[in-house]
Design a protein around this ligand. Structure first.
Ligand SMILES: Cc1cc2nc3c(=O)[nH]c(=O)nc-3n(C[C@H](O)[C@H](O)[C@H](O)COP(=O)(O)O)c2cc1C
Length: 333
């Protein structure tokens, strides 16, 4: 028996229904959007913003240092910007033991050392500023980038969960060795064990091995320079909109996707495959372009790309240190 609600729905012209849902969706989304815009304009928590800027910049430099082939003199504008942000942090009298600050200073020292080791003459301005900074923060140490062999990197994959979990890093260096499809399906099968809202399992995976398609995709993604071209496989993760019931579930595609992707990353690691998340925070036209390349329907939200490949004998990984549990936790006892 068809419900009364469904019968009524059929009597209303689709255009009216569309406008009605659009209106309720806009009202719900406005709540999110207004808080975002408010934060952008009125939040003058200088400390949070300066820490964000430090992280964005030091991360680019740590990535540059760990590229398969680091480019001598890379990232001059980012390095200068990072130096200025470090000095701004100090000027604001913020605590110098904050993780973001320590790591920024440490990465800048590593940048200087790296160029000294390969006898590459950096720009005069950069050398002077790096020297000044090194003297000023002589005792500040962060985590150095890591060089590992393949066996060292995967040595904890069969160990207890805590060791396994700590052993995964984003890997940005791959060989051309083919990852067999059955291995990828095993990883996706494990990722499927991730929880999902009412077990609705909204996630979808698009396996991309075609060289032409990989190039087209990586061209419009903004975080894979220097290593993306080595990826043997790209996994494009999406999520089906029609698994959500109403607008209040609008974040579920991303939320469920995040849980799924984390298990997928662990599954790849468990299978001795190097992987790196690639953001899909893009403009509408890029989003449409990716749909076109892979023929992905409108009702899938594109969430993220994962670049994958077997790893070389020896490679470098960005240390990407974490804040402690205490720093990010509030107790309500
Ligand atoms: C949503 C998301 C987007 C990311 N996008 C990129 C990216 O575009 N390029 C990249 O090299 N790394 C990217 N990463 C990887 C992060 O830089 C990395 O996870 C972080 O620095 C922590 O390091 P770890 O994965 O080695 O623990 C992304 C990670 C996440 C979760």
């Amino acid at each position: 028996m068809e419900s009364a609600k469904n019968k009524l729905r059929k009597l209303i012209p689709q255009k009216i229904l569309y406008l009605y849902y659009l209106h309720t969706a806009r009202k719900a989304c406005d709540y999110d959007l207004q808080r975002r815009v408010h934060d952008k304009v009125y939040n003058d928590s200088e400390a949070e913003k300066v820490k964000r800027d430090l992280t964005l910049a030091y991360h680019i430099v740590e990535k540059g240092l760990t590229m398969p082939v680091p480019r001598p003199g890379f990232g001059k504008p980012v390095v200068l910007n990072l130096i200025n942000t470090v000095l701004k942090f100090q000027k604001l009298n913020l605590p110098l033991d904050e993780m973001e600050f320590r790591q920024s200073v440490s990465v800048l020292k590593e940048y200087k050392d790296f160029h000294e080791q390969i006898s590459f003459q950096l720009d005069k301005e950069v050398v002077e500023k790096l020297g000044y900074l090194e003297d000023l923060f002589e005792r500040i140490e962060g985590l150095k980038q890591i060089k590992v062999s393949r066996d060292e990197y995967f040595s904890d994959i069969n160990k207890p969960f805590d060791l396994f979990c700590r052993s995964r890093y984003s890997v940005r260096n791959y060989t051309s060795q083919e990852i067999p499809l059955p291995v990828l399906y095993d990883c996706i099968e494990l990722a499927q064990k991730s929880p999902s809202f009412c077990n609705r399992q909204p996630n979808r995976v698009h396996i991309v091995k075609s060289a032409e398609k990989k190039t087209q995709i990586l061209e419009i993604q903004n975080g894979n320079r220097g290593f993306g071209h080595l990826a043997e496989t790209l996994l494009v993760i999406s999520s089906v909109i029609s698994t959500t019931k109403d607008i209040h579930e609008r974040n579920e595609n991303h939320l469920n996707g995040g849980l799924f992707i984390m298990t997928l990353l662990n599954a790849l690691h468990f299978n001795r495959i190097g992987a790196c998340s690639l953001n899909w925070s893009v403009s509408n036209d890029k989003d449409m372009k990716l749909r076109e390349i892979l023929n992905i329907p409108k009702n899938e939200v594109l969430l993220m790309i994962v670049s994958c490949g077997y790893v070389p004998d020896v490679f470098s990984i960005a240390s990407s240190p974490r804040k402690s549990a205490r720093e990010i936790t509030t107790e309500h006892l």
